[in-house]
Write a protein that binds this ligand. Sequence first.
Ligand SMILES: N[C@@H](CS(=O)O)C(=O)O
Ligand SMILES: [Fe+2]
Length: 237
Amino acid sequence: MDNILVHSDEHVGMRVPMKYRDEKAVVRPANLVELIAEVDKIFSEDTVNVDYVHALMESYKSNPADWRAYAKFDPHRYTRNLVSEGNGKYNMMLLCWNEGQGSSIHDHANSHCFMKVLQGSLIETQYYWPAKKGQPMKRKQTTELMLDQCAYIDDTIGLHRVENPSHVDSAITLHLYIPPYSECHCFDENTGKPRTAKVTFWSKYGQRTREAPTESADPDSSKRDADLRNAMAQPAP
Ligand SMILES: N[C@@H](CS(=O)O)C(=O)O
Ligand SMILES: [Fe+2]
């Protein structure tokens, strides 16, 4: 059965154990494995409290030893590195942001998006959905996300873009998407014009997603590489 996520001020089904209703009852996971185990446990329930998941994500204290194997950077675009598919119920991934890298303005395909800072700090700028065609997009709020902080967004809140503002330090975030999605929309800041973007993974479970180039160059390899390129990254200026 699909999970239903609810906010704590909304009706919560009686079948949900008390523990999952009360974010104050969160027990800090000792490491990433424990965090994933707890997320799996939560998602074996029919109804899940967004505030509980948020508090759980925030309570985990980032330890590079836990996530180093997934932390893979690309010189040109931020990378998306799959950590867990949660039995099809969610996607958990590490996003690696080199200095100055960022995402385009995008939606989240009707999913819930939790985003926790594992290293460095990032700027999240939220936008309203475009109101009129051809008009510049309106900013809603800008927030600096610090180490171990967790942010939340969904399409009812609006759109956002994220960037690592540092010129000297890279940044890493842990994202949880419920349910998983394979495409979303990116928006032109000046006109609000949307385009569909397929989401891609730079690596899955610590392994690069495309094969290393071989001697006998595949004539389609540049197209294949382009297909794997992160279409949500903000284009270089
Ligand atoms: N939602 C984006 C990352 S972010 O900028 O929130 C992604 O999944 O790639
Ligand atoms: Fe996002």
